[in-house]
Each structure stands twice: as C-alpha cells, then as structure tokens.
Design a binder for this molecule. Structure first.
Ligand code: FMN
Length: 193
C-alpha cells in the first residue's frame, strides 16, 4: 500500500480553487510528526496559511528572488527547469488553497535531516487523501520568516502548497532497482559513476 502511494505521488504545481477539508491537512501533519528524529527532539513546526493576503505577500517575496535565481541558473539545473517548464513565476503560492510552511528547530541534533523525514511522511499522507503538493524550497527564507513572526531559531525548510491537482502531467521516471542497489560493494553501472 505504501509502495502504491509512493508510485502514484507526483509533484503538482497547478491547483484547483476548491478548498480541501482542513482535517486532511491535519491528518498529514499528524503522520509527519510520527517520523523519527535525532534524539527524538521532534524539531519540526508547521504553519498553515490560508489568508489570501499573506499568500500573495509570500508569492511576491519569492518571485523577487526567483527572478535573479533563474537568470543565473546554468548547466543541468537550467536544462531541467526548461524541460519541465518551470520558471520564476510561482502561481502556486497564491493559488493553492493552503500553504504549509515547514520549519526546523536549529538547536536540535540532525534538525534538517529529521524535518525532511517528516516532510517525506507528509507527502505520502497527502497522497492518501488525494491532495497534491510541490516541495517548494524558497530562495529567501529570512524575509518570509520575518513576515509571519518566526523566531530565528527556526529555519524555513520548505513550503508545501496544498490543494487538488489541476495538472494532467505524467509521473517522472524513476531509476531501476539494479541501478541503485548493490550488494557488498559499489558496482559501476555506467560511465557517469
Ligand atoms: C529537497 C527538494 C527540493 C525541491 N525544491 C523544489 C522547488 O524549489 N521548486 C519546485 O518546483 N520543485 C521542487 N522540488 C520538487 C522536485 O523537482 C520533484 O520532486 C522532482 O522533479 C521529481 O518529481 P516528482 O515529485 O513529480 O516525482 C523539490 C523536491 C525536493 C525533494
């Protein structure tokens, strides 16, 4: 069952305006908080945003920095962005009914690793509830944190816009097991390694 959820999940960047039940977001966070964490510190905090005014402000802050980021991107990053039609515009930040901002307590051991594990749990729980998201990593976390009064000990790790998908995109390919799993020693399997 978990495998089926993992296989059907895909990143969505375009959302319908319909508002999903808040209880389904809370279900996803309840799942996230069961993740393991360094010293069981549970360093994560989640802020749910549904105020349109604040969503617009977050979008403006992000797009300002994204413009510079995209102008400077090159190599495989630039190729990936072009191929996937991703640009500096982040409509999903104002169009998704909800944003979940995920923070990591900097004081915790393995704070980032633990918080990202919780994000992984959350992605599968959202999939189970037929909700879509994109794991967006904003370029200018300081300005966003100031906007919503986040103490400096918490670092903004990701913004998850949540809603129903309005995108029929295909799931991106995954590597085969034999390319990523080895027994006893690392095996070369192609010239890139
Ligand atoms: C750590 C991490 C950071 C990511 N940052 C972004 C991001 O800033 N913007 C974005 O549009 N997608 C972002 N993504 C989504 C990835 O591009 C996406 O997961 C990947 O292309 C695979 O596609 P899939 O999720 O549809 O399988 C991020 C994903 C992860 C795990």
């Amino acid at each position: 069952m978990i495998l089926k959820l993992a296989q059907s999940r895909k990143t969505i960047r375009k959302f319908k305006p319909e508002i999903p039940p808040l209880k389904n977001l809370l279900y996803a966070i309840e799942t996230a908080k069961e993740a393991p964490s360094g010293m069981n510190y549970q360093p994560w905090k989640f802020i749910i945003i549904n105020d349109q005014h604040i969503k617009n402000k977050i979008r403006n802050i992000c797009e300002k920095a994204e413009k510079t980021f995209y102008e400077n991107s090159k190599g495989i990053l630039k190729d990936f962005l072009l191929k996937n039609n991703i640009n500096w515009k982040k409509e999903f930040l104002s169009e998704a009914p909800y944003l979940i901002l995920v923070f990591a307590d900097r004081r915790a051991p393995f704070s980032k690793e633990s918080t990202w594990l919780s994000i992984g749990y959350m992605l599968l729980a959202l999939e189970e509830k037929k909700l879509s998201t994109v794991t967006y990593t904003p370029p200018n976390i300081k300005e966003i944190s100031e906007l919503i009064n986040v103490p400096k000990i918490f670092s903004l790790e990701a913004i998850l816009p949540i809603g129903y998908s309005d995108d029929l995109k295909e799931k991106l390919n995954r590597k085969n097991l034999n390319e990523i799993v080895f027994f006893n020693k690392f095996n070369k399997f192609d010239k890139e390694e």
